[in-house]
Structures are given as C-alpha cells and as structure tokens.
Design a protein around this ligand. Structure first.
Ligand code: PMT
Length: 430
C-alpha cells in the first residue's frame, strides 16, 4: 500500500466503468438457456458488441432468431458457416470476454477434454481472454464426481466457474445447480473487464460475514428513520466473496430490491437492534466481518402503535435514542475473547469533509475510534457512494498503511477490499 493515497481524479470519476468490449455469450443446451436472452440484453444495453454462440441443443430451447434479434449479429452453431470469416478461430481470438450461460455438465466435460466439434467449443479453445462458465444443471449432476473433477480442472486452467445458485430447478426439484440471476452473471462478468484477475479462489475455507443495506427505525407503522443505502456495495462484497470460494453470511437491511447473491446465506433484518443480534450470532463462527451496512445511529425513543394523524396531536419533536454501535461491539467482543482473536474486522465510513478537516482526517480518527483492522472510506455527496453503481475511496489499515481505491464498479471496489481481507486472513493463519 502507498503511504499517501491520491484522491481519484475528477476525470476518472466521470469515466464509464468499462469501455465497450467484444463479448461472446455461449449458450449450452439446458432449460436455463432462455435466461441467456436477459444476459445478452444486459451486455448490449451496456453498449458491448455481443456475439451469441449456442450449441445445437441450446436451439431446442431458444430459437436462433431470438439471439440474432437481441444481439444484432448473426448466430451460428457449427464451424462450417461463414467460412471466409474463419469464425471458429476469430470469435475466440477477438473476444475480450467469453461467458457461457448456462454451462451444462456436458459442455464442461467437452471443454475439459479440449473438443472443438462445434463453434462454441472451438471458440473456447481459441479464446485468450477471461472465460466464465455459469453452470446450470440438476443437483445430482452438479455433485457428481465427474462434474466436480471437471470444474476443478477448468478452474486450475484459469477458467472462472461460477458457484451456482440454490433453488427451484426444472420441475419440482430444488437444490444447488440453478443458474445465477442473469444480472448477477452480468455484474461478475463485467468486473472481469475492469480487472481480469478479480476472481481468484483465494477465500476457499474462509467464513465471511457481510452486512449490507440500511436499517429502518420505526416511528409508527408507516414512518421510519432511514438512509439512502441501496445495499449494492454490501451485496457486491457478499457475491464476490462467495465466488472467490468463501462461505458467506449476508446480514441484509433494506435494499432497493436486490436479488440474493448465488451461494450466499442471507439473513434479513429491519432495525439496527435486529442487525446487532444477527451479527452477534454469526460473527463468532466467521474469519472476517465486513460491515458495509449503513446502520442508523439513532432510533425514535418511542414507536407509536397506530399511525400518527396529521393535525391531531402530532408531536412537535421526536425524541431519539442512540443505537448500539455494532462494529465497536464486534471489536470489543474480539478483545474480550468472545470471537476469535484472528478474525479480521472491516468497517466502512461514509464521510464528508468540512472546515475542520477533510474526509481522510475524519476517516483516520474513525479507524482509531472503531478499532477495526481495515476501514473503507467513501466520500459521500450528490451521486457518490450511496445508491449509484460505482464507487471509489481509500482503504486505511490499522498498521497505518493507506491506499486509494480507484473509481469503478462496486464489484471492483469489493475486489480490492477482498484482496486485503484475504491477505490478512491468510497471514493470521500462517
Ligand atoms: O448501499 P449502497 O447504496 O451501495 O452504498 C454503500 C455505502 C455508502 C452505504 C457503503 O459503502 C458505506 O460506506 N457504508 C457505511 C456507511 C456508514 O454508515 O458509515 P458510518 O460512518 O456511519 O459507520 C461506520 C461503520 O460503523 C460502518 O461500518 C457501519 O456499518 C458501522 N456502524 C455504524 C453505526 C452503528 N450504529 N453501528 C455500526 O456498526
């Protein structure tokens, strides 16, 4: 980490997170093939150039015309179409990213054995860019030793194989093997365009608690004290930690209706006191606790049981009671031995500067006061940190080191924070 971090420049802050790229969307033959349409839409709406390469069996589920209309490009399955353009090598060579969604057990087995008997497998052999597989299959197939071995082989070769979601499969079955939400695949894939090495499997065997979103402190049945947290930053951390191999518990306050990340246990809470109970319950089993939630510092002292009516007895003022400081409580629990001394504690700070000091001055004081190992600092203001899709800031560590976190997606910010978390967790285990 550098000693004196520079604030991200104004130019960097206004630049798009990822300039337009060439993306190949591979589609294998499974019922989840219809969700590839949403993924293609996700990429084209972000301005990327998309080529869809389905297998023959994928076209049993979704017609070629649908993929052509959504991508605005021709769609072929075999290596003998459009031969003068040599697509069986060109598509892979020219791609900035290849995403296969859904990736079936059969497609992964063919990729492992280096087959090139259709356009998709030939493209996989020639691609030198990041390649992402989003598996979708029945739980039995996902857990079969052959698939487990194929996933391990693909990962050992640098292919990113996403953790599948759990939930409803084809028919009445439920279990692990469901395709992650297309928006989630889109977010993770786009992260690789910002940072190709953002998804190492460096958190395998690590248990991570992430808090996210905002708490709501009720005044009456319809009104509350709250804040503008959308949950996007915390969900990005939880999602990426799971894809880097961690067992993740996400303690989620209110969000803007975000989908639960694949492979993550989500505990929904409402108030700061609920969040404190959930964090206190799960923290002792965790190696890292990352507090990205915006917790209300105060709550109305009294919650009125029925709606306060306008014009008849509404209060002139609302008395407030201080909420527990959950992060400080975690640090105290570690000091007192109620959670392992080796656990890594990360706080977030949404700060503004004023006449007395700038953002970093306040953040350094907060790191000292809270006693956590790392503090992620966001400068807040109109269009910054809260609600938006991008972020930047600084990472301050208890050892005095400081580094700037460059402007980019909230996934990129999450990846930088998790790099530091992984380093600390592993150094504590040496
Ligand atoms: O959700 P998004 O729209 O994506 O926005 C992300 C974010 C701006 C909310 C996030 O990046 C962020 O900065 N979260 C912390 C915001 C905040 O409440 O900061 P704070 O300075 O008030 O709190 C400092 C730390 O103490 C935080 O880790 C907070 O979780 C924790 N805290 C605060 C109050 C309290 N009573 N208990 C706590 O544990």
């Amino acid at each position: 980490m550098s000693a004196s971090p520079q604030a991200p420049s104004a130019q960097a802050q206004s630049a798009p997170a990822v300039p337009h790229k060439r993306i190949v969307v591979g589609v294998a033959g499974g019922i989840a093939a219809y969700k590839a349409c949403t993924l293609v839409r996700y990429f084209t709406e972000a301005g990327h150039h998309v080529r869809v390469v389905p297998t023959e069996s994928a076209l049993e589920f979704v017609g070629k015309a649908t993929f052509e209309a959504l991508s605005g490009n021709p769609v072929h399955t075999g290596v003998f179409s459009d031969v003068p353009q040599v697509p069986h090598v060109r598509l892979g060579q020219d791609a900035d990213l290849v995403v296969v969604a859904p990736a079936t057990a059969d497609l992964m087995a063919r990729a492992v054995s280096g087959r090139a008997d259709d356009l998709l497998t030939a493209t996989l052999l020639t691609a030198r860019c990041p390649v992402v597989f989003a598996p979708a299959m029945h739980t039995e197939m996902w857990e079969h030793p052959a698939t487990v071995a194929n996933v391990a082989t693909l990962r050992s070769r640098g292919t990113i194989v996403l953790e599948p979601a759990s939930g409803r499969l084809t028919g009445k079955d439920t279990g692990a093997g469901r395709l992650p939400d297309p928006d989630e695949i889109g977010l993770l894939a786009t992260l690789l365009l910002e940072r190709a090495d953002a998804m190492p499997r460096d958190l395998e065997g690590v248990r991570v608690l992430v808090s996210a979103g905002g708490t709501r402190e009720p005044l009456d049945p319809v009104r509350f004290l709250g804040n503008r947290s959308s949950g996007k930053q915390g969900y990005a951390l939880a999602r990426l930690a799971a894809q880097r191999g961690a067992d993740v518990v996400l303690v989620s306050g209110y969000t803007t209706g975000l989908a639960e990340p694949a492979g993550v246990d989500v505990v929904h809470v409402k108030t700061a006191e609920d969040m404190q109970s959930a964090v206190t319950k799960h923290a002792p089993q965790c190696d890292a606790i990352v507090m990205a939630a915006a917790v209300a510092d105060f709550r109305p002292t009294t919650t009125v049981a029925s709606k306060i009516k306008k014009g008849s007895g509404e209060p002139d003022s609302v008395a407030l009671t201080k909420n527990p400081d959950i992060l400080a409580g975690i640090v105290e629990s570690r000091r007192a031995g109620r959670i392992p001394a080796s656990s890594v504690v990360v706080g977030f700070a949404a700060e503004t500067g004023d006449a007395q000091g700038d953002v970093l001055t306040y953040a350094r004081a907060k790191l000292e006061r809270k006693g956590c190992d790392l503090l992620v600092v966001n400068a807040v203001g109109e269009g910054k940190a809260f609600e938006v899709d991008h972020n930047d800031g600084w990472l301050l560590a208890a050892d005095g080191s400081e580094s700037a976190l460059e402007h980019g997606s909230k996934s990129l910010m999450a990846s930088r924070v998790l790099d530091a978390v992984a380093r600390l967790v592993h150094s504590g285990r040496e």
